[in-house]
Design a binder for this molecule. Structure first.
Ligand code: SF4
Length: 454
């Protein structure tokens, strides 16, 4: 049981650290010439050694879930599919021309939006065109985000033929009243049916995304959602804290803030649900993720192979991620870039034969080292402090870590920082101790806003 005073003390606004530096610190319009040079160098270095990761953002959704903070486009018009897929291919062909060797795709993720908004035939055409000019790594890890309301057997069968073995369903909450207020009506039967279909089609890992802290959730309703979830035995569960960011996700203004549970209730939801997951055989991987011991993610965690990137935790180890699609993010290892978030701009740039990148960040050596500390903490629960960073660490990091040591979250032994069992609940906060960039803004009014850690 985690003491309540710790939960309260560390329930702070901190990033999820899928990148370091985090997106708010990236700059508008990075130098494209530098980016292209960086892209080529790192592609050459990593493609043969590890293979590459590909993320494809498919932004369309048929209706708006009011809690949503993702980059999406709401439409019921399926004629948009073809134009968008042609744009993705245009972008892919532009990047392919920058690659001096055939890319070896090890990790592929179709994310959204709602990837299953697209018909199985259209997704098949997209994948055929991608793989026509790429090789597939023998240890591929291909995954998709499926919506329980529109994932079909045809989608699953086609994706399985391409080697997809993982699917993540956005479930969020099973309670009809919560679903009504978040405008995501999704009968339990649909979740159950699509899960069964996925397993029958040969998918070996099914993930559910759940959210706690949504409007109208109660202790009773969240308990039922968790128990109903456990009954379907997903291999992984991502149990996210609802991020109330109405300054960014305007649709969150559509419900009354009085409908949101209090911070104390939210903490209860979390601890109650965590206990239920653990009692049912799930393991806490960290940063809101639970997995069955039979799942690859847990095995990777146990073997110290866990990785973290924009897709969250992953067992595949590549160092080069190419993101295609509106708002998609790429990570070459020493540079991050994000595509234009506006669909019309994304199309416009591609029509002008331009890469649609809007903002980004080139990492210096200090950034690379501190990113590694954050990755070590979030994936392996420990890190070793480098003597070359003595001054930076003593001034910016160790005071916070020492306070955390006094609270029982970490153990500092010589140069090694180890996260304790209690500290696993607060990985985001421990990572934050190493966030030099974030600290620069600590007392400034233009400080970027993040969701709370719990
Ligand atoms: S939560 Fe998912 S399905 Fe709902 S609007 Fe956002 S991206 Fe679309």
């Amino acid at each position: 049981m985690i003491p309540e005073y710790l939960l309260k003390k560390y329930d702070r606004e901190v990033p999820r650290y899928t990148s370091y530096p985090t997106v708010p610190f990236w700059k508008e319009m990075p130098d494209k010439g530098n980016y292209i040079a960086d892209f080529k160098t790192n592609f050459n270095q990593y493609n043969t050694a590890y293979g590459i990761s590909l993320y494809i953002h498919l932004p369309f959704c048929e209706s708006l879930c009011t809690y949503c903070g993702c980059n999406k486009v709401i439409t019921a018009n399926h004629r948009v599919e073809e134009k968008y897929l042609n744009a993705i291919l245009n972008e892919w062909y532009q990047y392919r021309r920058l690659m001096p060797a055939t890319p070896i795709i090890r990790q592929l993720h179709l994310g959204g939006g709602t990837p299953t908004f697209f018909s199985a035939d259209n997704l098949r055409r997209l994948l055929n065109c991608i793989f026509d000019i790429a090789d597939i790594h023998p240890e591929r890890e291909f995954s998709i985000e499926g919506h329980p309301n529109n994932t079909t057997k045809a989608h699953l069968k086609m994706l399985h033929l391409f080697g997809f073995r993982r699917i993540s369903f956005g479930v969020q909450d099973h309670d009809p009243e919560v679903q009504r207020i978040i405008n995501r009506i999704q009968p339990y039967e649909n979740v159950k049916k699509t899960t069964v279909w996925a397993r029958e089609s040969g998918f070996s890992s099914v993930n559910y995304d759940l959210i706690y802290g949504l409007p109208r959730q109660t202790e009773k309703s969240i308990e039922k959602t968790v128990l109903d979830t456990i009954a379907l035995r997903p291999d992984r569960i991502a149990f996210y804290s609802y991020a109330h960011i109405p300054w960014k996700a305007r649709s969150q203004r559509l419900y009354d803030e009085n409908d949101l549970p209090s911070p104390e209730q939210k903490l209860k939801f979390y601890t109650l649900s965590r206990e239920l997951f653990l009692a049912s055989g799930y393991k806490d991987i960290g940063m809101d993720h639970f997995a069955l011991p039979s799942d690859d993610l847990y095995k990777a965690y146990k073997d110290g192979r866990l990785q973290r990137n924009f897709m969250g935790y992953t067992a595949a180890h590549t160092r080069f991620l190419l993101g295609l699609g509106v708002s998609a993010i790429s990570d070459t290892g020493t540079a991050y870039v994000q595509n234009d978030k506006k669909l019309s701009n994304y199309y416009g740039r591609l029509n002008d034969s331009e890469l649609p990148v809007l903002k980004g960040y080139f990492l210096n050596q200090t950034d690379v080292s501190f990113r590694q500390y954050i990755l070590d903490i979030s994936c392996r629960g420990k890190t070793r402090l480098h003597p070359g960073h003595k001054d930076l660490l003593e001034k910016n990091v160790l005071p916070e870590l020492k306070e955390m040591e006094a609270d029982g979250l970490v153990i500092i032994q010589n140069k090694e920082i180890k996260v304790t069992e209690t500290g696993r609940m607060f990985l985001r906060n421990i990572c934050h101790a190493f966030d030099l960039k974030g600290k620069l803004y600590k007392n400034r009014d233009d400080k970027p806003k993040f969701s709370k850690s719990i």
